[in-house]
Design a protein around this ligand. Structure first.
Ligand code: 4NP
Length: 156
C-alpha cells in the first residue's frame, strides 16, 4: 500500500505527516508493507529540505525529517499511490484538478478524516505562525496517523 501526503509547499505539513506516519509504520513492523511519500501542489520549494522550524519541532517530538527534499505533485502520483491525503481543502481541490478524467476521486481524502480526538476540518498552514501552531499541526498529525495506520493495516 502506498500513501502520499500532500500540502502546498511540501516543506511544513506534508513532510511532517510523512515522517510521523513512517515512524508509526516502522514501530508496528509494517515497513515492508506500507510505503509513504509527500508532495506539494506548488513548485516553489522543489529540492529544498523541510522548513527549519518544522525540522526543529518534529525533532522535539521524536521525529527526524531531515532526509526530506521537497517535490511537486504530478499526475503520475494519482496513478501510483493508493491513498492521497490532503492537508487542507485548497490542497484537496488542487489535487482533484490534476484528476482530469475524474478517475481517482475515491483515493483522495482529507488527512482530518482520520483525526478523532480533536475537532478539526483541516490541518492548518503554520507557515506564518509560531511554535504553538507548529505543535498543533504535529498533534493533529499524530492523532490522524494512529487512525490512518489502523485503516491502512486493515486493507493490506
Ligand atoms: P506547507 O507550508 O504547505 O505546509 O509546506 C507552506 C510552505 C510554503 C508556503 C506556504 C505554505 N509558501 O507560500 O511558500
Amino acid at each position: 500500500m502506498k500513501v502520499l501526503f500532500v500540502c502546498l509547499g511540501n516543506i511544513c505539513r506534508s513532510p511532517a505527516a510523512e515522517g510521523i506516519f513512517r515512524s508509526k509504520v516502522l514501530e508496528n513492523g509494517l515497513g515492508d508493507n506500507i510505503e509513504m511519500d509527500s508532495a506539494g501542489t506548488a513548485g516553489y520549494h522543489i529540492g529544498e529540505m523541510a522548513d527549519s522550524r518544522m525540522i526543529k519541532h518534529c525533532k522535539e517530538r521524536g521525529y527526524d525529517i531531515t532526509p526530506h527534499r521537497a517535490r511537486q505533485l504530478s499526475q503520475k502520483d494519482l496513478i501510483e499511490y493508493d491513498l492521497i491525503l490532503a492537508m487542507d481543502r485548497s490542497n484537496y481541490s488542487n489535487i482533484l484538478r490534476l484528476d482530469k478524467n475524474s478517475e481517482f476521486g475515491g483515493k483522495i481524502k482529507m488527512m482530518t478524516d482520520f483525526v478523532s480526538s480533536m475537532r478539526a476540518s483541516e490541518v492548518p498552514d503554520p507557515y506564518y505562525d509560531g511554535p504553538k501552531e507548529f505543535h498543533f499541526v504535529i498533534d493533529l498529525l499524530e492523532d490522524g496517523s494512529n487512525n490512518l495506520l489502523k485503516y491502512v493495516s486493515e486493507r493490506l
